[in-house]
Design a protein around this ligand. Structure first.
Ligand code: 5AD
Ligand code: SF4
Length: 366
């Protein structure tokens, strides 16, 4: 099929998706980004919504083999943020018109943590008169825990599937019974049942990952009726098993980084073409690989940014990967910087709005 036809289809097959992800000619790739941007403009508008990101603790019971804050990384100084500091960050987010915030941390499943989050959610709702939308990103939990948090005011939940291929998932996670793909998928189903707007995503350019795997990730989002996509390129963390192997294999060259950046952008564009009315984040990992990575993400069809509002003293301790951008900035600097970045693309910022994904209101998941 000719590229112009492929770029304007109503329904995409797996082969179509693979063909699009395989594009390499610069003009073809630009045509893909332009078509995705047009679909974004038509379905969700040229408006970027913010989710202020509060990374409130780097303690984690999990040991994902690619992640810098995995349990076994003894070089990480672990931190928790005082409740009052979190509430001050939430207030700043609200006062600055961000509309929504995302509470993110490593994973914990203990009672103290569950109750702490529940209290925080109620306090954040109170300080904003119910005005701030809240997304949680704190990992795998029981249905009861997800329910408690939903009732306390969280209405969106982000849990990346990382890859839709269970065999690849197994190569990236310890086989200790605590890192099971099927559990992750079951969590996504639970979140749906409870009424959350559900977000998921993958890492792109993982060792052993094929274009077929990436096409299946997009089909997974479609079949799971996902409303929000947060995905980004894999970025090396030097003190992790996957990162060390990647470096030993000499895969983290400039060419390798550029390849993962472009693959990340193509995934955004193809996801936009296939799913149309979902929210797609232009993630910080894109910017770890390229100074304008997040703008390029917006141009390729993303419509969500997650400005970091974590206080500076903890930013440098929440390092999932090397070269994390914005580590030395304070929230006000990020705000000005991002406004300029959004304007450079020709989009506007949807201040003071939740910016829910239109897809959530048309969804079809049982
Ligand atoms: N590179 C890119 N993304 C990573 N994440 C964790 N480690 C890395 C890495 N090295 C992502 C995972 C996780 C999210 C919070 O951060 O996808 O779900
Ligand atoms: Fe923990 Fe998430 Fe990192 Fe896995 S990816 S080690 S769950 S913070």
């Amino acid at each position: 099929m000719d590229l112009p036809d492929l770029l304007h289809k109503k329904n995409y097959s797996r082969d179509d998706i693979i063909d699009l992800l395989s594009l390499t000619d610069a003009d073809d790739v630009q045509a893909l980004y332009d078509a995705a941007y047009a679909v974004k403009a038509a379905y969700v508008g040229r408006v970027v919504y913010y989710r202020g990101l509060i990374e409130f603790s780097n303690r984690c019971i999990k040991n994902c083999c690619y992640c810098g804050i995995r349990r076994d990384n003894r070089d990480v100084e672990r931190f928790d943020t005082d409740r009052d500091d979190i509430l001050a960050m939430a207030k700043w987010t609200y006062d600055n018109g961000y509309g929504s915030l995302t509470l993110q941390s490593g994973e914990r499943q203990d009672d103290e943590f569950i109750a702490y989050i529940e209290g925080l959610l109620r306090d954040i709702k109170k300080l904003s008169d119910g005005g701030l939308g809240i997304t949680l990103c704190v990992g795998e939990q029981t249905e009861d825990t997800y329910r408690r948090w939903f009732e306390a005011g969280a209405h969106r939940y982000l849990l990346r599937i990382e890859t839709s291929n269970p065999a690849l998932y197994a190569t990236l996670h310890p086989q200790d019974g605590h890192h099971q793909w099927s559990v992750r998928k079951e969590c996504l189903d639970m979140l749906h049942r409870l009424g959350y707007q559900v977000g998921t995503g993958d890492m792109i350019g993982l060792p052993g990952q094929t274009l077929e795997d990436l096409a299946d990730d997009i089909l997974f989002y479609r079949d799971m009726d996902i409303a929000m996509i947060g995905m980004g390129p894999y970025v090396v963390h030097h003190n992790t098993p996957v990162g060390k192997q990647f470096l030993a294999d000499d895969l983290d060259t400039d060419a390798g980084k550029l390849h993962r950046l472009h693959l990340g952008l193509k995934m955004i564009a193809v996801t936009r073409l296939v799913l149309k009315d979902v929210n797609i984040a232009s993630t910080t990992a894109l910017q770890a690989l390229h100074p304008f990575g997040r703008e390029l993400g917006l141009k390729a069809g993303a419509n969500i940014l997650m400005p970091i509002v974590t206080v500076p003293k903890f930013r440098s301790q929440y390092l999932l990967y090397d070269n994390k951008p914005c580590v030395d900035e304070v929230p006000a600097q990020c705000k000005d910087c991002l406004r300029a970045r959004v304007a450079s693309v020709g989009d506007t910022v949807g201040l003071g709005k939740w910016g829910d994904s239109p897809h959530f209101f048309h969804h079809t998941h049982p």
